[in-house]
Design a protein around this ligand. Structure first.
Ligand code: PLP
Length: 283
């Protein structure tokens, strides 16, 4: 693979980052993952807007537009001949002697790489995901997309050890989100119920696109928190993320959702999301 580090494209084996990088020592870094299908980027501008917001919230002085990130994405897709998969982008505060006090004059480090991966035809889209629930023990600024991912990574691993696909995290009796996705249910009246955006969850780009579409179709969208019991009794449940798109959830803590198979609303939303994304890919 050809990757990008601080201004240069080079083979991954030659790429390096300082051991004093704030991203390495403090997870003082933000990231974005943008899906690639048919060799084009999905919703690139929305990811860049969220990146700008994450950087501003942490006070990392870096201008994504000035840095020409779109061109770097394009170049990486081209050099790696990527048709389907993702581009990962990470920006840290930069390199400084180890200190809890944030440096004021560090030069942000920028790394990007591609990962080839099937996104459109995945087993989970057909069979659905089995989810377990766990307490949400992350910090309370989940709206900032930082690389501080230890807890969600532990939870994903726990799910795997228990024969499930993923975790939905729960706080104060309500579902927050998945380890790396937003959580949604379809209630008996056909409404999409999803937690409102706040500092409790990441403001998913896919979530926003799906809510826009669902509102356009005239189906109800209710932004409110829901409990695990309500999700278990829902007609359908699904997750959204840049790389999972819209993926059905068919069991929560061993309780089948609906008839235990992906439901029609989820299938329709997924198909529409993919069609809509395809019609506006950025090359
Ligand atoms: N929530 C969390 C914790 C995530 O890590 C992610 C994405 O990776 C999402 C939600 C979904 O966000 P997006 O649709 O922008 O990928």
């Amino acid at each position: 693979r050809i990757v990008y580090v601080n201004g240069g494209f080079l083979p991954e084996a030659s790429a390096s980052l300082s051991i004093f990088d704030r991203g390495v020592l403090f997870a003082d870094a933000v990231y974005e993952v943008t899906a690639v299908i048919d060799g084009g980027l999905v919703d690139f501008d929305a990811h860049q807007r969220r990146l700008r917001r994450s950087l501003a919230e942490l006070g990392i002085d870096f201008d994504p537009e000035e840095a020409g990130l779109l061109d770097i994405h394009r170049e990486l897709i081209h050099r790696n001949d990527l048709r389907e998969g993702l581009v990962y982008l990470q920006i840290s505060r930069g390199v400084a002697d180890r200190s809890f006090l944030q440096p004021t004059n560090a030069q942000p480090s920028v790394i990007l790489f591609t990962q080839a991966q099937s996104l459109l035809d995945t087993p989970a889209a057909e069979s659905g995901l089995s989810i377990i629930t766990q307490p949400d023990k992350r910090w309370h600024r989940r709206d900032i997309k930082t690389t501080q991912l230890l807890y969600p990574s532990m939870m994903k691993t726990l799910a795997d050890e228990r024969g499930a696909h993923d975790v939905w995290m729960v706080e104060g009796g309500h579902v927050t989100e998945g380890s790396s996705s937003n959580a949604h249910i379809i209630t008996a009246d056909g409404s999409l119920v999803t937690r409102p955006i706040s500092q409790d969850i990441l403001h998913g780009i896919t979530r926003a696109a799906v809510l826009d579409y669902t509102r356009e179709t005239g189906a109800g969208v209710v932004e409110r928190a829901f409990t695990v019991a309500e999700a278990q009794g829902a007609r359908e449940a699904f997750i959204t993320s840049a790389t999972a798109f819209v993926t059905p959830v068919t069991a929560i803590d061993g309780v089948p959702i609906g008839d235990g198979h992906p439901g029609p609303a989820t299938r329709r939303i997924r198909a529409h999301y993919i069609d809509h994304s395809r019609s506006r890919l950025q090359y």
